[in-house]
Design a protein around this ligand. Sequence first.
Ligand SMILES: Cc1cc2nc3c(=O)[nH]c(=O)nc-3n(C[C@H](O)[C@H](O)[C@H](O)COP(=O)(O)OP(=O)(O)OC[C@H]3O[C@@H](n4cnc5c(N)ncnc54)[C@H](O)[C@@H]3O)c2cc1C
Length: 504
Amino acid sequence: MTHAAEPSAGAAEPITVDTDVVIIGAGLSGIDIAYRLRERNPDVGYVILERRPRIGGTWDLFRYPGVRSDSDIFSLSYPFEPWQRPEALAGGEHIRDYLVHTAHTYGIDTHMRFDRRVEGADWDSSTDTWAVSVEPGETHPAERYRCRFVALATGYYDYDHPYTPPFPGLDDFTGPVVHPQLWPEDLDHSGKRIVVIGSGATAVSLIPALARTAAHVTMLQRSPSYIYSSPQRQIFAPLVRKVLPRNLAHRVIRSRYALQTAALVHATHRFPTLGRNLIRSGVVKNLPAGYPVDVHFNPTYDPWDQRMCMVPDADLFRAIASGSVEMVTAHIDRLDATGVILTSGRHLDADIVVTATGLQLQAFGGITLRIDGTEVKPHDRFLFKSRFLEDVPNLAWSLGYTNASWTLRADMTAQSIAELVAYLREHGYTHAYPHLGKRPMPSKSIWDLQAGYVLRSPEAYPKSGTRGAWEVRHNYYRDLLDHRLDKVDDGLVFGRAPIAADHA
Ligand SMILES: Cc1cc2nc3c(=O)[nH]c(=O)nc-3n(C[C@H](O)[C@H](O)[C@H](O)COP(=O)(O)OP(=O)(O)OC[C@H]3O[C@@H](n4cnc5c(N)ncnc54)[C@H](O)[C@@H]3O)c2cc1C
């Protein structure tokens, strides 16, 4: 149940809303948590607080041409809501529509409060409640939501500040400098010469789309990434859809793609040279004879040490072969009024420069957590079962995989939150938290990637331990097995508040 107490006009105190669960973030994870929460606890009260004006998170924010998934959409979609389109890599707009549709189908959108930027969450251990504080917005004053449980579905990066390295002379360039995270709706790139700085998934999805109407596109990378072509129209999914009922077909297709990716990741980790050669032969096959593949497509790291860049139907290679895109692997000296000057002295003429230089990591959407007035610094805490924060009661965070679709873990997290909320209610407990105590535990990063955005911010996130449920793994099938065998109370400390909160 959710009750709101409206303030009298001009009141200084923020209004207070009481509910059972506050979910922060209306993206893929937030919708998943809401679905699982109600599936397991039909009468639970919840609200979803979202700082943006719309549903979708990443898939609403990123609007650059060509934005799409870089893992297969079948395993990126929810197990409970079939993905209906044929392509294996889905366009951003289709993913956004799917999220809006799912939220609407299950009545989740009616629980969403937009333009609600959460700035803090305060745990009061005398009542075992969280007070979630929302900044004043355009449509409302400051608000406070008091609840028993907080689910952080805030993603993993800073929504306001993408990462742009301090390139010398950036201000001297007279044309637009655009970051894909903040793509201007009215940017007209047709007939323009564009230099895209970057070599990750964003650059490789953006460049073929720009090349369709641009005069010329240069992909300028400091070092190469693995790029792998995947056919958009697959035989398996349509076949299964023909013979099985809709929901069952979706489950079969989803499992098959999750398994295929896991097998690929495992095989390339185990046999990196073989993996490297296979990926290289795919590139060679799609480029003209004599193309310097080893200059532009031969990374220094092993496959899956960084996220793999997938391209549908070799579109990037086809654009290179047609001459509309040039790959340049080189270092930037500086920018000037008309383009980019390389350390070799070569000048890349540009009307537009795109800095596809990545994200800035941020834990918990920048929200400050406090327990009885003391701030909890994310990096001081270990994660437990990849979702609960050490010694922090009634709080979970949705984290995805680096080498598989985000939803594969997000959905297990959503189910686990729903189960824990049910357990607390059924047993009359008012709090639960994981406790490591004084046992020594070596720590490592929760990410298993060597990507620039991970290495830049080593302390942005909670830590992974190295043992048992304290270790954050990027291994879906091992996690799935643990999830199936998991008992909700394993490893958690339960208790009751000294003072009953009046709403609970
Ligand atoms: C360009 C791009 C492509 C990607 N492609 C893939 C892919 O193919 N496969 C894959 O598995 N993953 C991919 N990812 C990762 C992607 O982020 C996940 O797929 C997924 O969207 C994460 O969902 P989420 O709901 O956890 O987080 P997000 O989508 O980031 O949503 C978080 C939500 O929380 C809100 N929020 C944050 N802080 C606050 C706050 N303080 N107060 C209120 N609201 C807040 C945000 O506004 C946002 O709506 C991609 C990421 C990017 C940037």
